[in-house]
Design a protein around this ligand. Structure first.
Ligand code: BEZ
Ligand code: FE
Length: 289
């Protein structure tokens, strides 16, 4: 069979052996279908295709143990978020991207602790309840938290300024499924732009910013793991996240607490911000063999 525009897809897919794992055949076959359709539609020149391959090569070369430029590419093209959305919870809290900064283990901390070791966390309290079906509290649920500073940097980005583990904490929920901790209100910040993905954003006239958020990864026995964020209501870029990760249900009011009685419940003087949120986990999926 001649290799033509009309026969190209079949020429490649016919080479997949009949005893190939069916899911692998579906994943690769689908990629061939869509990649060929893309090429037939946009009709790149040989020079353009070479440039595309050089770009992907540069993306790979930028990756190391602490930098994942391919994940960033998937993020800014909206693919990470599409995969999250397809695989999201059924009825529980909506999930969103993990992002590249969950690369170090969070220090174990007690409820009430400050995750901000630079300021002692007098500016903000985050209070979460981890719930299962019918809003049943999940005591002992594990909640991993990581966030940027009020200047918009993670600890790993500023090893000379921030102690390792700053802005991070691993908590166990109390008997009411509750976890609360002191912190700072994080700032919006740009995704890393010193690589080929940053160059692409620039060439497309796109900004690189993410709205302010706190990352939450919650696990509990018998429940699906949830990766999500709490977005700070009113943050810059809340309507134009560079990685498309905002969902309305995840935007949280970081309310100003001026009442001394409410403040005293958290052992703080009035004049801080309080974010409260219920994290609802779906039951674990039972695999049907
Ligand atoms: C983050 O929220 O940490 C993040 C997510 C995607 C790309 C870059 C950063
Ligand atoms: Fe982040």
């Amino acid at each position: 069979m001649d290799f033509t525009e009309d026969t190209a897809v079949a020429a490649v897919k016919d080479t997949i052996a009949p005893d190939t794992d069916p899911r692998l055949a579906e994943l690769v076959g689908g990629l061939v279908d869509h990649l060929h359709a893309y090429v037939r539609e946009v009709r790149p020149t040989v020079e353009e295709w070479t440039a595309a391959i050089e770009f992907l090569t540069a993306v790979g070369q930028k990756c190391d143990d602490t930098r994942q430029e391919f994940v960033l590419l998937s993020d800014v093209l909206g693919v990470s978020m599409l995969v999250e959305t397809i695989n999201g919870q059924d009825t529980g809290t909506e999930s969103t991207v993990l992002g590249p900064f969950h690369m170090t283990e969070s220090p174990r901390r007690e409820i009430r602790d400050s995750i901000d070791e630079l300021t002692g966390g007098r500016d903000c309290v985050v209070e979460l309840r981890v719930l299962g079906a019918d809003d049943t509290p999940l005591p002992g649920a594990e909640v991993d938290i990581w966030q940027a500073t009020a200047e918009g940097f993670y600890d790993v980005q500023q090893p000379d300024v921030q102690p390792a583990g700053n802005g991070r904490g691993l908590f166990s929920a109390d008997d009411d499924g509750r976890v609360w901790f002191r912190t700072v209100v994080p700032s919006h910040y740009p995704v890393p732009t010193d690589g080929p993905v940053g160059d692409l954003l620039g060439a497309l006239g796109r900004h690189a910013f993410r709205p302010a958020h706190v990352h939450v990864l919650a696990t509990a026995d018998g429940h699906r793991e949830l990766t999500t964020h709490l977005f700070v209501a009113g943050s810059s870029y809340i309507d134009s996240d560079a990685v498309f990760a905002v969902k309305k249900s995840l935007i949280v009011d970081f309310e100003r607490i001026e009442d001394p009685e409410v403040a005293a419940r958290y052992g703080l003087d009035a004049g801080f911000r309080l974010a409260r949120y219920d994290v609802v986990l779906d039951p674990a999926r039972v695999d049907v063999a």
